[in-house]
Design a protein around this ligand. Structure first.
Ligand SMILES: Cc1cc2nc3c(=O)[nH]c(=O)nc-3n(C[C@H](O)[C@H](O)[C@H](O)COP(=O)(O)OP(=O)(O)OC[C@H]3O[C@@H](n4cnc5c(N)ncnc54)[C@H](O)[C@@H]3O)c2cc1C
Length: 484
């Protein structure tokens, strides 16, 4: 009697932890069994899906919360005119298999050809032209980037692609753990700082105290080579819109993709993964041997439904959110062909590392066909902010330009947000002490834990081509032991 009661209690406990998701609650045509379930259909998830299914003969299901693939690729299509304007991802680095990915999906590529704009730096606090600040010349920037590249190449194998070969805690080179302000001074890198910050968004709130490791992570060897290389070896763009790549990928993968869908419950063990997915046509049960998680991992919201355990929590609780937004605005009061960079007055007269010594950053770049008054907006903060609050600050800062006479305009400057998207993410800005306690090793140890693998820009260099190259290193590990 006692024994049978014990067995009942014990099996109930097992049931509660391992088999909470009851298969009998799902109609047969809403139970999907696959080798790999992929969460997120941005750059890394889409790439992984194509490679796993087409090159490794592996069955997949891709779950994406938006109604389209492509993640940070945002294309604005002009009404009544099929002209497209990119306001998210702009161009790509020729790194590892990046160009092959475009070729296999039937998208031609061209060298990137940046439009030349008249640059104006304004004081982010007042909106007045910051004439006292002298930015580095193009030649000085190039020379500093060349010095930066030499230093990056010394440590490239530790960081690209991904941190698989990152040195043991007690052997991390001291260069990586010094604040960038100090490192830049030692190696005369100051003239490269504005380019590094504008392209990568690193150093919001102040670059000088950021560890050199994180600046190398944000603006590593592949992007630096891409910036320095002359056409046709430099950055490239698709012939057509950036969204084409993902539209072609969707056509290929369609039957294995659930769009506008998210995981509401998950069970992960060392042998299988079971996910309850909320999709537009109802609830699905996904049974897979492996999970590939690609969105920026955060305890809330992206991993919230994945029943994170202690080992995972210990790593992910250290990651902090970042807030950045991109959009297209009609701004009648700024002349076309202008680029307005809002920077900190701490940079006057030429402290290039100080241009982002402010809690937020804003940049407005003229874009699109002439005569339409369109600007690409880039806005980022180092504090929590909603989309509406972001739009409010941007609008006020544009109006400041008129109020203080930085732009010559009389009448109402009526602003219109034509498109706006958040590109929020996460970073792991750990201290040198935490890195010396083995954080990167703990990060790598999560790969494969509870049948779950990770890729995406939080795990490697932050650009699409880095993410694809890193994914190529994860897939063989994920596939090991999967078949048979
Ligand atoms: C403003 C800006 C400009 C950039 N410009 C460039 C550039 O010009 N060139 C370049 O190479 N890189 C650029 N990048 C970097 C590029 O965007 C990233 O390298 C790339 O998007 C990373 O891909 P990913 O798969 O890691 O993430 P993402 O592309 O963000 O994909 C993650 C996907 O997961 C989905 N998702 C999130 N949570 C869930 C969930 N719970 N369930 C299901 N799906 C979910 C998201 O909707 C998204 O589609 C830029 C980044 C920013 C912020």
């Amino acid at each position: 009697m006692f024994q049978s009661a014990l067995i009942t209690v014990f099996s109930f406990a097992i049931g509660a932890t391992l088999a909470k998701i009851d298969e009998r609650n799902f109609p047969v045509d809403h139970i999907i069994t696959k080798d790999v379930a992929i969460i997120g259909g941005g750059a890394s998830g889409t790439y992984a899906a194509v490679r796993l299914r087409e090159d490794f003969d592996t069955s997949i299901i891709l779950i994406e919360k938006k109604p389209r693939l492509g993640g940070h690729v945002d294309t604005y299509v002009l009404p009544n005119n099929q002209t497209t304007i990119e306001y998210g991802v702009q161009s790509y680095i020729r790194y590892k298999g990046a160009t092959d990915f475009f070729t296999r999906l039937g998208v031609d590529i061209l060298p990137s050809n940046q439009r030349r704009l008249t640059s104006v730096n304004v004081d982010i606090e007042t909106g007045k032209a910051l004439t006292g600040y002298t930015p580095p010349t193009p030649n000085a920037t190039t020379e500093a980037l060349q010095r930066w590249l030499t230093l990056l190449e010394k440590y490239e194998a530790f960081m690209e692609p991904g941190y698989w070969n990152f040195p043991a805690p007690n052997s991390i080179p001291s260069d990586l753990l010094v604040p960038f302000g100090e490192f830049a001074k030692t190696h005369s890198l100051e003239d490269a700082a504005p380019r590094i910050m504008v392209v990568s968004n690193v150093g919001l709130g102040g670059l000088k105290d950021v560890l050199t490791l994180y600046v190398m992570q944000a603006f590593g060897a592949p992007i630096t080579r891409g910036m320095l290389a002359p056409a046709p070896d430099g950055l490239f763009v698709p012939d057509g819109s950036n969204s084409l790549l993902y539209q072609h990928a969707y056509t290929l993968l369609k039957k294995d993709v659930l769009l506008s869908s998210y995981v509401s419950e998950a069970e992960r063990t060392n042998t299988e993964v079971r996910l309850v997915v909320q999709a537009p046509d109802g609830e699905y049960l996904i049974k897979a041997k492996r999970l590939l998680f690609t969105p920026p991992p955060s305890l809330k919201p992206s991993l919230q439904s994945f029943a994170v355990d202690k080992k995972e929590k210990e790593v992910f609780r250290e990651w902090v959110p970042t807030w950045s937004f991109v959009g297209i605005m009609n701004i009648p009061c700024i002349p076309e062909n202008y680029s307005i960079a809002y920077i900190s007055s701490a940079a006057v007269p030429s402290d290039h590392l100080a241009i982002r010594d402010y809690p937020y950053t804003l940049r407005l770049d003229s874009t699109g066909p002439s005569g339409l008054g369109l600007f690409r907006v880039l806005f980022g903060t180092n504090f929590t902010i909603t989309t509406e609050e972001a739009k409010q600050i941007i609008s006020e800062d544009v109006q400041k330009l008129v109020a203080v006479g930085t732009v010559n305009y009389t009448g109402d400057c009526t602003l219109d947000f034509r498109a706006f998207a958040d590109h929020n993410s996460v970073l792991w800005p750990l201290t040198s002490e935490q890195l010396r306690q083995g954080f990167v090793q703990k990060l790598n140890a999560l790969q494969g834990h509870r049948s779950t693998w990770y890729t995406g820009s939080s795990w490697c260099g932050h650009y699409s081509s880095n993410v694809w190259a890193f994914t190529d290193t994860v897939l063989p590990k994920l596939l090991k032991g999967l078949k048979g």
